[in-house]
Design a protein around this ligand. Structure first.
Ligand code: KIV
Ligand code: ZN
Length: 506
C-alpha cells in the first residue's frame, strides 16, 4: 500500500464478519449488490467472504472478484493450506487480491481451541503467510484474540509473519475486551518491539462487546495504525464490529484535531446503510449514531428553536453530507416509467432490467392503493426486488378470516414446481394461522424465533415491512416482505425465509 500522510484505509468486512452475525445469510446476488455499493462508497478493501466455509461464500468471493475491478478484494483463510488454496482460487480473477490469513495468539485460544503450543503456532503462521504469497502480493496476517495475548509473544508472531511476506499486520480485539488507552499502549508496544513493522501497514479490527469498538479503533489510529476494519451499521459477530459510518464521520468531522482523512464518499453512507439493513434484515436502532432515523431529528423545543436560528447550534454533521435528503411526496398513480426511473436515479438505486420491470409494476400497484408515493416507499420496493431469491415456493394467494369473536383462520395457495398446493389452518391470530397453513405446504421443520414489523414511512396507509427469523437444524434464516397489508407482508416474509432455506441447501 502506498503511504499517504494522514490517510486511514477503510477495510470493509460487512460481507465477511458482518455476514457472520446470527440470522444473516446473503446469497451471491445480494453480496454482489452490497459490494457494488461499497465500491460507490469508495472503501479501500472489500472483504468478500471466507471461501472455505461454504460453496456460497466461495462463489461470492469469485463473483465479486470478477465484477469489482478497482478495489482490493480480500478473502479470509485460517492458517492452513486448504483454506489458503481455496481463498487463492476464489480470488483468481481479482485485479487486486488480498489473502487475509489468521491464527489465534492468546494462551486461552491456544490451550482450549487450537490445542497447540506457542512454538507450533509461530511455525503455522509463517507457513500460512508464505503459502498465501504464492497467490497474492498483498497478504494480511491477523493474530486472533490479540488483545488477550502476551504482548511479547504477539510481537514474535508478527515478526514471523512479516519475515514470510505479510504486508498488513492486523491486531484484532476479537472479543471486544480492550480499553481505548490500553489498546493505544498496545499499538505503541507493537511498533516498538516488532522487527520490520515499519515496512507494513498496521491494521485494527475491533468488536463491540463492551460498546468500545469505535473508541478502540480511534485510539489505535492515534497511535499509528493506518487501517481500520469495520462493517456497515456495525454488524458482525455477537455485538458486532466497529461501525464504518461512525469511524468515517468521526475522522471527517474532527479532521482538524485528528489530522487524518479517509477516501470514503460520505454522501453514499445513508444509501449503503439502507441497502445493508434491508438485505440483511438487521434493523438499525432509531438512535444509532449517523444512520439511525432520529440521528438528525430535533425534538426538544429549545433545540428546535436553536436550529431555526442557526443549524450549527445543535448540528455537527450536515445531513446532506451523508446523503440524507428530505423525503418529498413526488410520485403518484399517474407517474410513468420515466418518472419512476428518474426517481430511482435520484435515490442512487440501479436495478437490472428485470428487477426494474417488477419494481415498476409494484410501484403502480402501490400507487393505485395509496395515491402518493414517497422516497421511503420507493426505496423499500427497490430493495425488496434486489433481495432476490429463487422462488421454489411461489405465493399465489391467501385468504384470512379474523375478528374479536371468531377464531382466526387462514387459507394459503403456494405453487411448487408448477403445481398449486392449498392449505388452511386456524391459529392465534391471522399471522399465526397463515404461518401454520404455510408450514403444512412447505413441510420444513422450523421454529420462528423473531418477528419484526415496522412502517416504512408515515401515514395510516404506510407500507409495512416484516422481517422474520426462523431456525432450522440450528441455522437461522431471515425472510422479509413488504405490503400495505401487514398480514400479506408477514406471509411474504415467511415464504421468503422458506425459499432461503431451500436455496441455502442447494
Ligand atoms: O474478530 C476476529 O478476530 C476476526 C479475525 C478473523 C480477524 O474476525
Ligand atoms: Zn471479527
Amino acid at each position: 500500500m502506498e503511504e499517504k500522510k494522514g490517510k486511514i484505509y477503510i477495510f470493509d468486512t460487512t460481507l465477511r464478519d458482518g455476514e457472520q452475525a446470527p440470522g444473516i445469510h446473503l446469497n451471491t446476488r445480494e453480496k454482489l449488490e452490497i459490494a457494488k455499493q461499497l465500491e460507490k462508497l469508495n472503501v479501500d478493501v472489500i472483504e468478500a467472504g471466507f471461501p472455505i466455509s461454504s460453496k456460497s461464500d466461495f462463489n461470492s468471493v469469485r463473483e465479486i472478484s470478477k465484477e469489482i475491478r478497482n478495489r482490493k478484494i480480500a478473502a479470509l483463510a485460517r492458517a492452513n493450506f486448504k483454506d489458503i488454496d481455496a481463498a487463492g482460487e476464489a480470488l483468481k480473477e481479482a485485479e487486486q487480491p488480498v489473502i487475509h490469513t489468521f491464527i489465534s495468539s492468546s494462551d486461552i485460544h491456544l490451550k482450549y481451541q487450537l490445542k497447540k503450543s506457542r512454538e507450533e503456532v509461530l511455525e503455522l503462521a509463517g507457513e500460512a503467510v508464505k503459502r498465501s504469497r504464492n497467490y497474492t502480493d498483498v497478504v494480511e496476517f491477523s493474530a486472533m484474540d490479540a488483545t488477550r495475548s502476551d504482548w511479547a509473544y504477539l510481537c514474535r508472531l508478527y515478526e514471523i509473519a512479516i519475515k514470510n511476506g505479510a504486508t498488513i499486520i492486523n491486531v484484532p480485539d476479537t472479543v471486544g475486551y480492550a480499553l481505548p488507552d490500553e489498546f493505544g499502549e498496545m499499538i505503541d508496544y507493537i511498533f516498538e518491539n516488532t522487527e520490520g513493522i515499519e515496512n507494513v501497514v498496521v491494521s485494527v479490527h475491533c468488536h463491540n462487546d463492551l460498546g468500545l469498538a469505535v473508541a478502540n479503533s480511534l485510539a489505535a489510529i492515534k497511535h499509528g495504525a493506518r487501517q481500520v476494519e469495520c462493517a456497515v451499521n456495525g454488524i458482525g459477530e455477537r455485538a458486532g464490529n466497529a461501525a464504518l459510518e461512525e469511524i468515517v464521520m468521526i475522522i471527517d468531522t474532527r479532521k482538524n484535531r485528528l489530522g487524518m482523512y479517509t477516501d470514503i464518499n460520505t454522501k453514499e453512507i445513508i444509501r449503503t446503510s439502507s441497502i445493508v439493513r434491508s438485505l440483511t434484515g438487521y434493523i438499525v436502532a432509531p438512535n444509532k449514531a449517523i444512520v439511525g432515523k432520529n440521528a438528525f431529528s430535533h425534538e426538544a423545543g429549545i433545540h428546535q428553536d436553536g436550529m431555526l436560528k442557526d443549524r450549527s447550534t445543535y448540528e455537527i454533521i450536515r445531513p446532506e453530507d451523508i446523503g440524507l435528503k428530505s423525503s418529498k411526496l413526488v410520485l403518484g398513480k399517474h407517474s410513468g416509467r420515466h418518472a419512476f426511473v428518474g426517481k430511482l436515479n435520484e435515490l442512487g438505486i440501479h436495478l437490472s432490467e428485470e428487477n426494474l420491470e417488477k419494481a415498476f409494476e409494484r410501484f403502480k400497484d402501490l400507487a393505485e392503493k395509496k395515491g402518493a408515493i414517497n422516497d421511503e416507499d420507493i426505496k423499500a420496493i427497490a430493495e425488496d426486488e434486489i433481495r432476490e431469491v429463487t422462488e421454489h415456493f411461489l405465493l399465489k394467494y391467501y385468504r384470512i378470516q379474523s375478528g374479536s369473536d371468531i377464531n382466526a383462520e387462514a387459507t394459503v395457495g403456494i405453487e411448487i414446481n408448477g403445481k398449486l398446493h392449498e392449505s388452511s389452518s386456524t391459529g392465534n391470530g391471522p399471522v399465526d394461522a397463515s404461518f401454520k397453513a404455510i408450514d403444512k405446504i412447505v413441510n420444513i421443520n422450523t421454529r420462528l424465533i423473531e418477528y419484526n414489523i415496522e412502517a416504512v414511512s408515515g401515514g395510516k396507509d404506510a407500507l409495512g415491512s416484516v422481517k422474520v427469523v426462523v431456525s432450522t437444524n440450528g441455522v437461522e434464516v431471515m425472510g422479509s416482505g413488504i405490503s400495505t397489508d401487514i398480514v400479506e407482508a408477514s406471509i411474504k416474509a415467511y415464504v421468503d425465509a422458506m425459499n432461503r432455506i431451500v436455496e441455502n441447501k442447494e
